[in-house]
Design a protein around this ligand. Structure first.
Ligand code: DOR
Length: 439
């Protein structure tokens, strides 16, 4: 199958240029300013006025399968991805069972094949005593450590266990950084509270800073690549700016765009871990993207049902869905002149591919996988709960009108999603493949 996308503004992290892109089977076969004869292809798409970006790679999602499929599953989540211009995801190990053995990892990969509309990869989770499994895992982007506990029962807090993981494994490591001792002490202090805003006092600035400092220290001493997940505070940005080359970091849209003032309006919908912080933190996190201290944006898509979220604090679970709206949230920022589309491509496509050594993705180059997203920077759409593809069917951004949306998503050369005359079309069968890594 040969598909020609002609006349699009093709975006790389460095520049945007009007080019013609030829897809041949699952690969990008040609990227050229020269005309390509449309009669030589099976399908020609006139993309004049649209922008073509590499498919977005979300390196932190919780898609809940197996074990928690009343909240989300791979079929719903990957439709949400395709609609959101996301062509690849890396999923976290806090499913049931946890993905903490090579067997569980392979079972997850087997289950995903034949279910996913976009490309899939799964982290292996660390426990205090599974170093042998972490050493033997190959079909994974890396190791996830919960240095502080969150949804589920994964936790590695003892120093000796952390030292072993950093010393005796080779895969890149990422971690949820909130200090368990600090969180538990704060939780004691607020144990009588039913006010969800106290979540940001329990999971406070200190908790995040202490754990991130600890992880940076481990990474530096062991010279082990380490990625700080969901940075939420200005203080962590300063730690990361001062850290050496083994450290990379990411921020999530909720830590960029929500803060403690939003509890009044949104209540438990904006309860997540790490907690939302202050408006000053929002500002510093955005600046950290612009100055390059933080290189990646990911969602931490963590759906729970509205019924679960409706429980009073502290029973209401932490996490929110975001995968289908985060590209639009950032393109809306482009339209507000807060950043450029080239920067968005760097943060959401090229950088995650680089951090996780993802083979053949993240760029629009000859020979790369044909994971491509066409976006209409002038299209405005309003987020509505009832039109969300995620199985939990809600968004904390419901009611917001954003300008700049994906209108067509290709996964390995096949159309996964198309928005045409306001109607959303999805590929009738799964077109996602297992992600491969350069090692
Ligand atoms: O708020 C969160 N929810 N943070 C996490 O780290 C986990 C996630 C979940 O799985 O629900």
């Amino acid at each position: 199958m040969r598909i020609l996308i002609h006349g699009a503004n093709v975006v790389t992290p460095d520049r945007t240029a009007v080019l013609n892109v030829l897809i041949e089977d699952h690969l990008i076969a040609n990227v050229t300013a020269d005309p390509i004869d449309p009669s030589s292809v099976d399908q020609a798409i006139d993309a004049t006025g649209l922008h073509l970006i590499p498919g977005v790679i979300d390196d932190q999602v919780h898609f809940r399968e197996p074990g928690l499929t009343h909240k989300e599953d791979l079929a719903h989540a990957t439709r949400a991805c395709a609609k959101g211009g996301v062509t690849s995801f890396l999923e976290m190990p806090n499913t049931i069972p946890n993905t903490t053995t090579v067997d569980a990892l392979h079972q997850k990969l087997d289950m995903a094949s034949g279910k996913c509309l976009v490309n899939y990869g799964f982290y292996i989770g660390a426990t205090p005593d599974n170093v042998r499994e972490l050493q033997n895992a190959k079909r994974t982007p890396g190791i996830k450590i919960f240095i502080g506990s969150s949804t589920g029962n994964l936790l590695v807090d003892e120093q000796a266990a952390l030292e072993r993981i950093f010393a005796e494994t080779d895969l890149p490591i990422c971690a949820h950084c909130e200090d368990e001792t600090t969180v538990r002490a704060n939780a004691q202090k607020y144990s009588a509270s039913t006010d969800v805003a106290d979540h940001s006092k329990v999971r406070d600035h200190n908790a995040a800073v202490i754990a991130t400092r600890r992880a940076i220290d481990l990474s530096t001493r062991h010279n082990h690549p380490f990625h700080v997940l969901h940075v939420s505070t200005a203080e962590e940005v300063e730690l990361i700016a001062a850290a050496g080359p083994t450290i990379t970091a990411e921020v999530c849209p909720h830590h960029l765009f929500f803060n403690i003032d939003d509890y009044d309006r949104l209540g438990s919908l904006v309860k997540m871990n790490p907690s939302i912080k202050t408006a000053a933190d929002n500002e510093r996190l955005f600046q950290a993207l612009l100055d390059g201290t933080i290189g990646v944006i990911a969602t931490d898509h963590a759906p729970h049902t509205l019924e679960e979220k409706d429980q009073p604090y502290p029973a209401c679970p932490s996490g929110l869905p975001a995968v289908e709206n985060y590209l639009a949230l950032m393109l809306n920022q482009v339209n507000q002149s807060r950043c450029s589309i080239e920067q968005v491509v760097s943060w959401m496509c090229a950088a995650p591919a680089r951090v996780w050594n993802i083979k053949n993705k993240g760029h629009i180059l000859e020979g790369y996988d044909a994971d491509l997203t066409l976006v209409d920077l002038s299209l405005s759409r309003t987020i509505e709960n009832q039109t969300q593809q995620t199985k939990c069917r809600w968004s904390p951004w419901a009611g917001e009108t954003l300008t700049g949306w994906a209108v067509r998503t290709f996964v390995m050369g096949k159309e996964a999603y198309r928005l045409e005359d306001r109607t959303e079309h999805f590929a009738p069968e799964p077109v996602g493949h297992e992600i491969e890594y350069d090692r």
